[in-house]
Write a protein of this length. Structure first.
Length: 333
């Protein structure tokens, strides 16, 4: 059994809504956006763990919380069984180089005033991993070769605006891998790239993952993509995990009505394939005032009175978890 690398327990992030002076005087209580609301999961060493859901589900916030780019409202984060939630900056520094991120937008994640060499070398210098500039040069050149930007001499002194979108994202991948991390958050890393080069960048990332034995949290809204690259997956909706398990179980045998609806929206190349038809109603509720009980209850076609109570994450077998009263003890599926 693989060793656990990342573990989160009851992870929560509420963002307080700032209001004007007059509004604050007349408001009876503070308002919060409940971006992430009490989720728990583990990521194993060498695993690609997918976090899927629509915009506003809380998946990106979850990734940033794990990396301590933002601080949680409550809950715990463990890295190799060491709790890192409340470490100060000095105490957290040794963990910083072990965890990296590849951002969604290659046009905004690279400093336009820095050369490609300095962009990739920056984490080496900031983390003080290497002090000798000649050695830094060798490492940067090797990183460019790893992401197939060759020969490196043609790229090191260019600026981001001189590269294509695919080349920029390769630079972002090189920057993430250059410090030899153990864990990378990939936040929809190919969603803004041209369709023709998405597969190339994905294959490159996962070749490097296997080469350097790196674990991934892969954030995506695309379940069709997730089923091809993830080992396990969790489906989020309005800050909660709806379903979680091995990707084959969740994608091909979904249990939660929300997951079934997402899969129904995925195009199938086989016109004769059996489809799960789930019609959901209405719009996504506000994360400021989510539905009572199950977050999906206001849109669920299988709504019951018990859905006014929050469902626990139930083990339906083989490590396949679902937060739905349909699978509670004594309920008929």
């Amino acid at each position: 059994m693989k060793e656990t690398l990342i573990r989160v327990e009851n992870l929560t992030k509420w963002f307080e809504i700032r209001t004007g002076l007059l509004s604050s005087l007349f408001m009876r209580r503070k308002l919060f956006v409940k971006a992430v609301d009490g989720i728990s999961f583990e990521i194993k060493k060498g695993e690609i763990f997918g976090l899927a859901g629509e915009s506003g589900s809380g998946k990106t916030t979850t990734g940033r919380l794990i990396l301590r780019l933002i601080e949680p409202t409550r809950g715990k984060i463990f890295f190799q069984n060491k709790e890192i939630t409340r470490l100060n900056e000095k105490e957290f520094r040794p963990f910083r180089k072990k965890m990296q991120i590849i951002f969604q937008d290659p046009y905004e994640s690279l400093n336009p005033r820095m050369t490609i060499f300095d962009i990739i070398a920056e984490p080496l210098r900031v983390q003080k991993i290497i002090s000798d500039e000649k050695e830094i040069e060798n490492v940067v050149y090797k990183a460019l070769e790893d992401v197939e930007l060759v020969p490196p001499e043609e790229f090191v002194y260019r600026y981001p605006h001189e590269l294509s979108g695919g080349q920029r994202q390769r630079v972002a991948v090189a920057r993430a891998f250059v410090v030899n991390p153990e864990f990378i958050v990939a936040d929809e890393p190919v969603s803004m790239l041209d369709v023709s080069i998405r597969a190339e960048v994905l294959n490159l990332m996962f070749d490097l993952m296997k080469k350097y034995n790196v674990s991934f949290l892969y954030i995506t809204h695309d379940l069709a993509l997730a089923r091809h690259i993830c080992d396990r997956i969790a489906v989020m909706y309005l800050g909660k995990i709806m379903e979680m398990g091995n990707v084959e179980d969740v994608i091909y045998e979904p249990l939660h009505p929300y997951t079934k609806a997402l899969m129904d929206a995925v195009p199938s190349p086989n016109p004769d394939a059996k489809r799960i038809e789930v019609v959901i109603k209405g719009e996504i509720p506000s994360p400021i005032n989510p539905p009572e009980g199950c977050r999906f209850s206001s849109r669920c076609p299988q709504y019951m009175n018990i859905c006014k109570k929050e469902p626990p994450l139930i083990d339906a077998g083989r490590g396949h978890y679902v937060a739905c009263h349909l699978y509670s003890k004594g309920m008929v599926r």
